[in-house]
Design a protein around this ligand. Structure first.
Ligand SMILES: Nc1ncnc2c1ncn2[C@@H]1O[C@H](COP(=O)(O)OP(=O)(O)OP(=O)(O)O)[C@@H](O)[C@H]1O
Ligand SMILES: [Mg+2]
Length: 371
């Protein structure tokens, strides 16, 4: 159980005296049964709004939501079989931690022994056994967050929605819980969507990542695909650390392929055979394109782009070298130490096969070849 289909979902917040806020736009998204999905995007891009519409705490302005082919967008939250852990925790102050978690099981009519067993098991998983008898006001923000998480995970639901479930926690505890939660979700075949700001967390936990910006789903794919085939400039610059190098270039036809150049300082030739017919038709209409290359694909010490070194840092397992050429900054990442000092001139190599090409609308026209 747990296949979720969002079709053309829109959310517009209207409040008197203020301009409407279009928080989610024409969202189409299908989450497979048993899949773990991360919603990733900058603050205000519509992640929480999306989860709240699925859970039923916020109406959809238009569009449909179906869970296992059953339309749910008009149902009250309690009838959706969706469990959600919030950003704001929202624990009941008069109940202890144990009672807060057990409360989520009320509708399931389990024996008292079974409730105790389940609460204990989930408390152990998120490491809150020692505060089960405390009241919410007497525990820390990080503990409250884990109680909220436990309260969602303890339920039998068709879908689990977790909004920044570990945002308040120390990195070490986060990493441990991440592993355990992943294990629990996988073992029970649970379908889950969680929100995060953290790319590492998204990659570690999720089968697929939905990248949102400005209320619009930019791309929904595996981490590998987002990195190797970013759909547009937003995804290209958002995913990956350090971000992809992006350069505005002039485009001209040359020798059956294309010449991409930046004044007389840098030029790349991309053979016609390396570009498919659809992309060729688009490129034939263009005079300027943006090219992108991952820092990890920029060769250091070889190649024909001469750069002036701006900084060179060894991070213990890799070097980050920033070089300037024709007023543009290029970042290269290599696994070895680089001898250059700021002010030195060295070579960078930008192989045409590693170049992504983006059109004026920001969409990717040609991806780098996978190597
Ligand atoms: N109840 C509301 N009334 C009016 N506007 C709202 C309301 N809730 C959210 N918004 C607006 O809708 C947009 C999306 O908000 P949302 O909370 O979904 O973003 P988010 O991606 O979860 O951000 P964050 O990472 O900061 O939690 C924002 O511009 C926000 O200000
Ligand atoms: Mg949010």
């Amino acid at each position: 159980m747990g296949m979720l289909e969002l079709q053309n979902v829109d959310k517009v917040y209207r409040s008197r005296g203020k301009p409407p806020v279009h928080a989610v736009r024409a969202l189409d998204m299908t989450v497979k049964q048993g899949e773990i999905v991360a919603l990733l995007g900058s603050s205000g891009c519509g992640k929480t709004s999306t989860l709240r519409m699925i859970a039923g705490f916020e109406d959809v302005t238009s569009g449909s939501i179906a869970l296992d082919k059953r339309r749910i967008e008009a149902l009250p939250p309690a009838r959706r079989k969706v469990a959600m852990a919030f950003e704001g925790y929202s624990l009941y102050p008069p109940l202890t931690v144990r009672e807060n978690i057990a409360f989520a099981l009320k509708a399931q009519q389990l024996s008292r022994g079974e409730v105790t067993r389940r609460v204990d098991a989930i408390a152990r998983l998120v490491e809150i056994e020692d505060i089960l008898d405390a009241y919410p006001r007497a525990i820390s923000g990080g503990q409250q967050q884990r109680v909220s998480l436990a309260r969602a995970l303890v339920r039998d639901a068709d879908l689990y929605l977790l909004d920044e479930p570990m945002g308040q926690l120390e990195p070490q505890l986060r990493a441990v819980l991440r592993g355990r939660i992943k294990g629990l979700l996988a073992e029970r075949g649970m379908t889950a969507i969680f929100v995060t700001h953290d790319q590492t967390e998204a990659s570690a936990l999720a089968d697929r990542i939905a990248v949102m910006e400005d209320g619009i789903l930019q791309q929904f794919a595996s981490e590998k695909e987002l990195k190797s085939r970013p759909a547009n400039l937003f995804v290209a610059s958002f995913i990956g650390e350090p971000p992809m190098n992006l350069l505005e270039t002039e485009l001209a036809r040359a020798d059956g392929g294309y010449r991409l150049s930046i004044g007389s300082d840098m030029a790349f030739h991309i053979p016609g055979g390396a570009i498919d017919a659809v992309a060729r038709t688009m490129l034939d209409e263009m005079r300027h394109v943006r090219v992108g290359i991952r820092p990890q694909k920029v060769a250091v010490g070889t190649g024909d782009v001469r750069v002036r070194v701006v900084s060179n840092q060894w991070l213990g397992d890799q070097s980050h070298v920033a070089g300037e050429c024709a007023g543009r900054l290029l970042i290269a990442v290599t696994p070895s130490k680089v001898a250059a000092r700021p002010g030195d001139t060295i070579s960078f190599g930008l192989a045409p096969r590693h170049l992504h090409i983006f059109g004026a609308d920001g969409n990717c026209i040609r991806h780098a070849e996978v190597s």
